[in-house]
Structure formats: C-alpha cells, structure tokens
Write a protein that binds this ligand. Sequence first.
Ligand SMILES: [Zn+2]
Length: 280
Amino acid sequence: MLQKSLFKKPNLKLEGEPAIAAVPMIDCPGCRHRLELPELEKEYYVCPRCGYSHKLTARRRIGMILDAESFRELDAGMESRDPLQFPAYAEKLEQAKAVSGEKEAVVTGLGSIQGVPCAFFAMEPGFMMGSMGAAVGEKLTRLFERALKDRLPVIGFTVSGGARVQEGILSLMQMAKVSGAVRRHSDAGLLYTAVLCDATTGGVAASFAMQADIILAEPGALIGFAGPRVIEQTTRQKLPAGFQRAEFQLEKGFVGTLCKRSEQRSLLGMLLKMHGGKER
Ligand SMILES: [Zn+2]
C-alpha cells in the first residue's frame, strides 16, 4: 500500500524565512507595466501610471456604484437561444457563459445609490463583447417597463460591440424595442442617465446609449456607430487623432460630460437627488 505522505508536497520553507505572499499581478495594456491587482482595485481599475481604464465586469460596476447589499437582480435566468441556427453560435454562447460567469451580456435590477432608489443595468464586456441579442433587448425593455411602473429613474452603463450578428434581424429589432421602452419611460417624466464606457458602438450606441436624458462617458472610451478602422477604409481619409474617443465626442456634443470612475457614484447620486430622488 502506498503511503499518503508520498504525495504530500515537501515543506521546503526554511526556518525563520518570511512567508512570501503571492500578490496577483496584471499586465496593463496601456503602458505594459505589471500592476499589482489590489493596488489597481483601489484605483477603480484605472492604471495609476498611464490612466488606462481596465475592463470592468457588470458585477464590479454594481459593487462600485450601488449601495452595498441594495441590488436585487431581475430576469437573472434569461438567456439567448440560437434562433437562426447560426454556425458556431451555440458553442460561442457556452464559451461566453464560461468566460464571463454570466448568462447574458447585460445584468439588470433594482437598487439604490446614496440611498436613492433606481433601476440599474450594466453591460458585460466579457460576454461576446457586450453584444445585444434578443435576451439583452428583452431584459432592458423589461427594466425600463418596471422602472415606469414603479416610477424609478434608470441608471445604465453601456459597453457593447453592437447588435449581435448571430441573431440577425432579431438582434437589430431590439434597437427599436428598447427605444420604445426608453421613450415611454421618458414620456412619463422619468430620468434616464447613461454612462458610456469603452467601447460603446454599433446598434447599442445608435439606440438606448444615446437616448439618455443625461449622457456621461468614461475618459478615453471609444464611442461611435461604425469603428474608426471601418470609416477610414470606407472613406479612404485619415481620421483626426482621438477620433471617436470620449474627449472628441464631448467636444462634438455627443456626451454631456466625462466622469472618472472614482467620481461616478457621487455624481450619479447627486443627479438622482437633483431630479427628485428621495433617500429611502
Ligand atoms: Zn498602464
């Protein structure tokens, strides 16, 4: 019989040697420096060396913006089918679920910011680049309808490559469907504030991202319909530096103001209160 101790790791630590805690590290795509994850976390995942905004999951945004323990998720089980039997889509969906830990590219629910109740959504970049299929459109439509019923403002964080090609016209029609719900919410005199994050493009930029009453953007975020490469190839013209970045879109009037991650919670809380939101 084999002895269990054969499989035990030998204890190589010398007596009196300090334990070296392994700090998780991450490579910054902006400046290529190795950053300590706990340090980055303290900086709201914005690189302290170069200012690069690291991608945030929908759940991290919820944790960063909403009051602790206030979030109640809606339609958590809703997920996309493969209505067109699009080649490799079923596998892509499974992969996206495994990578992101989410069932779809948006998380919706109710919560509060600085005590003021709101309906909230955050798109998930890890799920097929936050693309919008029928499930994303339906979750958002239901959120705006719920907000209308409960007379709540909506706060949303957009990150998306646009409509999901694998669902064809069914994903494109979500633009109109969500827009209708945004309009009904707006007609009732309710506030909708969107924070456009890197990247907000395609059918999402061309619908509910740009339909907010107040449009904020994260510094450096790419915001536009077609991407700069596509435009450059089509027009055969050199585009100006910083084209479609949040700073450029602010100058052109597409966004109201830029807002750093460290200031988003306080600004959103203030906006809610300014528009009649009462602390619970
Ligand atoms: Zn950096």
